[in-house]
Design a binder for this molecule. Structure first.
Ligand code: PPS
Length: 397
């Protein structure tokens, strides 16, 4: 008998005219009702899928992270699949958050490192270096460049809100890491590497990098792309990086706090020396279209710093939208925003119970970690490394 059972009939299954022979009229009515309910549910799900697909199409091209029909970029729960890497085909890649679905965590989470021109990188970045170096930037690209943990995600959210005229829904279209390709970040297929995402993204693109200035792909200089650089004081960067390295399995283990302080000072962390990074970009800022911002200033007066970004991007917005951006990009709101707080990644990649990505968001937290002796040693070493530079930082506000 071809009658549906327990309401699991497929759409289009010819149930009513074949499955009811010899059954009671009452049963038939219930069965018909079940089928109608089932069909209504399926139609509703289909409508939701179509609406989700439409939302993706509706996102303005300058911020949209995927072309229609690809699997890799847009966060869309209705399209969660459990396909194998092979089933994705040669040109199909996927967002990092799907790693769990593919049971790939153990296979890929080996933070092997290798230096590129004396700067520590993951081995995957190092192996892919020629391709990264030859990345083709475009004149209308916007690059957000930072040393790790300096306020990248915060700046990304501000920029996205500006580009979308304060439309929170549009900024919810995908995870931070899928909205703004992290150009040097290399993952094995089928996972999305930054370059895969960037090359598929329609212009104008907003990109992210932690590369020191001398390692930036030269096409950015040649094409005169705009760059926002955000710097954060060394001690808070160190503390934030230490906790991030504890919770994120994609970067090397930090060891003990004492060990990490020395590793950081020696610049033997991913993306190299903080000192060289902030100084290098500081020197470059007067020769290129670079807006150099400070995390501490953003914290002290977000309105003033967002206005600097607006001017740099040549954007005009109303006071109302500006206030909306300040609110939406505040630490407390971003901490609860799954599209900005990295909580959609599997815990095997980032374990927020060890330390949340959105941890404290406050200048001066270093005082809770440095001993007096560590602080004195740090300051002495800092003076030597920063000697001759006009760049100064505030370590509290
Ligand atoms: N809105 C807002 N306001 C203030 N602070 C914020 C905000 N968003 C992120 N953060 C803090 O920035 C730190 C993470 O830095 P990054 O985003 O640069 O990290 S990453 O390098 O991209 O992994 C990390 O700093 P710590 O809290 O000191 O660890 C985040 O909490």
């Amino acid at each position: 008998m071809r009658a549906f059972q327990g309401g699991h009939a497929q759409v289009g299954t010819p149930v009513l005219d074949t499955g009811l022979n010899g059954r009671r009229h009452e049963d038939a009515r219930t069965d018909r009702q079940n089928l109608e309910n089932q069909q209504a549910r399926q139609q509703q799900q289909q409508r939701q899928r179509e609406e989700a697909a439409k939302r993706v199409e509706d996102v303005p091209v300058h911020t949209c992270g995927a072309s229609k029909g690809t699997e890799q970029v847009i966060y869309d729960p209705s399209r969660q699949s459990r396909r194998s890497p092979e089933a994705l085909g040669p040109n199909r890649t996927m967002s990092l958050e799907k790693m769990k679905d593919l049971h790939l965590e153990g296979k890929y989470l080996q933070p092997e490192t290798q230096e590129v021109d004396g700067v520590l990188m993951t081995k995957l970045i190092s192996d892919n270096w020629d391709t990264i170096w030859n990345f083709q930037a475009k004149p209308d690209d916007l690059l957000i460049a930072t040393y790790a943990k300096a306020g990248t995600t915060w700046t990304q959210e501000i920029v996205d809100m500006i580009q979308n005229d304060g439309d929170v829904q549009k900024c919810q279209r995908a995870n931070t890491f899928d909205r703004h390709p992290f150009i040097e970040w290399t993952l094995p297929p089928p996972l999305n590497s930054g370059l895969d995402l960037a090359n598929k993204m329609p212009s104008p693109r907003t990109l992210k990098t932690h590369l020191p200035v001398q390692m930036l792909p030269p096409s950015f200089w040649k094409e005169n792309s705009k760059i926002i650089y955000v710097a954060r004081n060394a001690k808070d960067c160190l503390v934030s990086y230490y906790h991030f390295s504890r919770m994120n399995k994609m970067v090397p283990d930090p060891g003990t706090w004492e060990e990490y302080v020395e590793t950081f000072k020696a610049g033997k962390v991913l993306w190299g020396s903080w000192y060289d990074h902030v100084k290098g970009w500081w020197e470059a800022k007067d020769q290129h279209r670079i807006l150099y911002l400070f995390y501490e200033d953003m914290k002290e007066d977000p309105k003033r710093e967002i206005q600097k970004i607006l001017k740099f991007l040549e954007k005009d917005i109303s006071e109302e939208v500006l206030n909306k951006i300040i609110y939406h990009t505040s630490f407390d709101v971003m901490k609860e925003n799954p599209m900005a707080n990295y909580t959609t990644l599997p815990t095997s990649i980032m374990d927020h119970s060890i330390s949340p990505f959105m941890r404290k968001g406050m200048p001066g937290d270093w005082k809770n970690y440095f001993t007096v002796a560590q602080n004195e040693d740090f300051d002495k070493d800092y003076e030597k490394k920063m000697a001759g530079s006009t760049l100064t930082f505030r370590t509290e506000i």
